[in-house]
Design a protein around this ligand. Structure first.
Ligand code: ATP
Ligand code: AH0
Length: 389
């Protein structure tokens, strides 16, 4: 039986809303993409609505409870409160976008949810992942169908359930290659989020994608723990510290870095607490920042071909020190998403709009080379009927 939502695309590309509430717990990104699930026809409006401190606290508590729970025993009570709060924050963010956006009319929404725990497959055992997010409630609030729970089907099939953005990253790279009239093209979309991940694409083989290692996550955690804000704005603290090279050398021996992709991480697999609790505040910030950049560079150097272009996206591209480390190695190949007209802070939200359209059309959203799924498979749960408010 074909998906009821497929009907939405019978006349061609449509505006689709996409949401992302990332592992940094900084806010909700919402973006509009006009697509037929194959191509990006047009990029629409987008915004980020930051969580308030009170909201962040509820989400952080749910994340901490998830780590302690680790799939055993009773589901933590804090999940229900966090789920309702973040779902309603998504509805509010969408309303703001519709109010101040460009008048686009979405027919569907892609709702990633909030990852609170991610346990990749291990020793032949399937993995598990949990994204909080009430699809039914969001559909009711928005008055349009919603696709959510994008990662479960892939994990049930034996995949990592992440990263899922790669099919969208390749659509972006294809758009750029067409603009440049260039067929032979090796490009990378690098997401510097709480966890860092990239998609490497060339002309004559399937794309490769995986989580490269920690991104901003441990840095944010370290800054917050010292009561110095939510993140190291403009790398002020890292710039004042000394990098403990011997520690980085040691951490790079972690088996994750020698494991061949596909592979994925939980945000807390590399936590500041485990890594730098014996360092001064500034040295901790400096060492974590250098480590994140180093793991990205190491992952890039393991690719079959050197990319001509590495497009930096995600919040970490606003960190001048991470970008400097990357530029020292990559030179002019490193570019900021905005320099080619992409919206660097909206790409994950755009990706979930694109993935929602693909899910509606029952097109694959994950692949052997990106999540380790046994074959290209679709995913996502559908809320097809809505009650308008
Ligand atoms: N000016 C800045 N200086 C340093 N770091 C910054 C700056 N602006 C943003 N960041 C970093 O970017 C982070 C937010 O990044 P982003 O929104 O891409 O993460 P996310 O989407 O939550 O993560 P993920 O992709 O893992 O889900 C902040 O928490 C901070 O660490
Ligand atoms: C389990 C989970 O939520 N993973 C996120 C996280 O944030 C970045 C990286 O780790 C990536 O694997 C993924 O998100 C993006 C959107 C993805 O699936 O492509």
């Amino acid at each position: 039986m074909s998906s009821q939502l497929a009907q939405l695309f019978k006349t061609g590309p449509q505006w689709v809303l996409g949401f992302m509430s990332g592992t940094s717990l900084d806010g909700v990104d919402v973006a509009l993409v006009k697509t037929d699930g194959e191509r990006i026809e047009e990029l629409g409006s987008w915004i980020t609505i930051s969580y308030t401190n009170a909201q962040r606290k509820v989400l952080a508590e749910a994340t901490q409870d998830a780590l302690k729970w680790n799939w055993e025993g009773v589901r933590p009570k804090s999940f229900d409160k966090a789920e309702r709060l973040m779902t309603l924050a998504h509805a509010e963010a969408a309303q703001k976008l519709m109010q101040f956006g460009g008048g686009e009319t979405p027919v569907l929404a892609g709702f990633h949810g909030q990852t609170v725990l991610h346990s990749p497959p291990l020793d032949g055992q399937k993995g598990k992942t949990l994204q909080l997010g009430d699809g039914q409630l969001l559909a009711k609030e928005l008055g349009i169908p919603v696709v959510y729970d994008f990662r479960t089907a892939d994990m049930e099939a034996g995949g990592h359930g992440a990263p899922l953005a790669p099919i969208y990253h390749t659509a972006l790279l294809d758009m750029e290659a067409a603009k440049r009239n260039q067929n032979e093209f090796t490009g990378v979309v690098l997401n510097l989020g709480g966890v860092a991940n990239f998609t490497w694409q060339t002309s004559d083989q399937p794309p490769i994608a995986f989580d490269t290692g920690p991104g901003n996550g441990p840095i944010d955690e370290w800054i917050e723990k010292h009561g110095k804000g939510a993140f190291d704005a403009d790398a002020k603290f890292a710039l004042a510290g000394k990098v403990h090279e011997e520690k980085i050398k040691d951490w790079l021996k972690h088996p994750y870095f020698s494991t061949k992709p596909p592979k994925s991480l939980d945000r807390y697999d590399f936590s500041a607490e485990k890594l730098v609790s014996d360092m001064s505040f500034e040295d901790g910030a400096a060492t974590l920042t250098a480590f994140s950049a180093r793991t990205v560079l190491q992952a890039l150097s393991s690719m079959p071909k050197k990319p001509e272009m590495v497009v930096a996206t995600g919040g970490g591209r606003h960190n001048p020190l991470i970008m400097q480390y990357l530029r020292d190695e990559l030179g002019d190949a490193l570019i900021d998403a905005s320099s080619i007209g992409w919206r660097g802070d909206a790409i994950e939200a755009e990706a979930f709009a694109f993935l929602a359209a693909r899910s509606a059309l029952e097109l694959p959203i994950s692949f052997p080379e990106t999540t380790g799924a046994p074959e290209p498979i679709t995913g996502g749960r559908h809320i097809a009927t809505t009650r308008k408010r």
